[in-house]
Design a protein around this ligand. Structure first.
Ligand code: SF4
Length: 193
């Protein structure tokens, strides 16, 4: 008989009420049966870190080879051994599985031209080219060599940059170098937001 996790919990609660089955209040044979059907049984456990914010909660990711030979990501949960999150995750981190497996995930860049109503799928070449052109145009338009008092400032006031918590230290260093090189002064990191 197939028993879902929900049915098992309901059964355990009901058994506790009538003090039947065992001293724990539920049928251990039933518990063993449920264990045999855990999705993550036999899965490989890998350690990771939540990419969403600077708290850096530790994650456990469960993967298993499917019958078609592909490795499937089955589950992501908080790592109970982590001194940072002790197995807990906030609602955002608890949905991190969706980052990899959601059917609603956008698989390529989308572009909506000025005045257009629809987004259209575009290549990464197009996207990077467009980004570079827009950055140059904004910088050329808003670059300031002197402030109102005549002080030399050489800064670009028309672009702001916000780094993500998934940045490594090296990526953060590189991004800051690039932005400072462009004269961008409005630089922020999600860790401080
Ligand atoms: S689980 Fe929540 S608090 Fe922890 S790192 Fe992720 S987003 Fe931040």
């Amino acid at each position: 008989m197939e028993v879902t996790r929900r049915q098992f919990l309901n059964l355990g609660a009901a058994s506790t009420g009538v003090l039947g089955g065992s001293a724990l209040g539920f049928d251990l044979a039933m518990a063993k049966q449920v264990k045999q059907h855990l999705r993550i049984e036999g899965a490989t456990v890998s350690h990771s870190v939540c990419p969403y914010c600077a708290v850096g909660c530790s994650l456990l990711a469960y993967t298993k080879k499917a019958s078609n030979g592909k490795v499937e990501l089955l589950q992501i949960e908080g790592n109970p051994d982590s001194p940072v999150n002790e197995g807990t995750l906030c609602p955002k981190g608890a949905t991190s599985l969706e980052l990899a497996v959601s059917r609603r995930r956008v698989p390529s860049p989308l572009y909506r031209a000025p005045g257009a109503k629809e987004w259209k799928r575009v290549s990464w070449e197009f996207t990077l080219d467009k980004l570079a052109r827009n950055i140059k145009a904004s910088r050329d338009r808003t670059f300031l060599t002197k402030d109102a008092d005549g002080n030399i400032v050489n800064r670009c006031e028309g672009i702001a940059f916000a780094g993500g918590a998934a940045f490594s230290s090296e990526e953060g260093y590189l991004a800051t170098k690039l932005m400072r090189g462009l004269g961008v002064v409005h630089i922020e990191q999600q860790a401080r937001v």
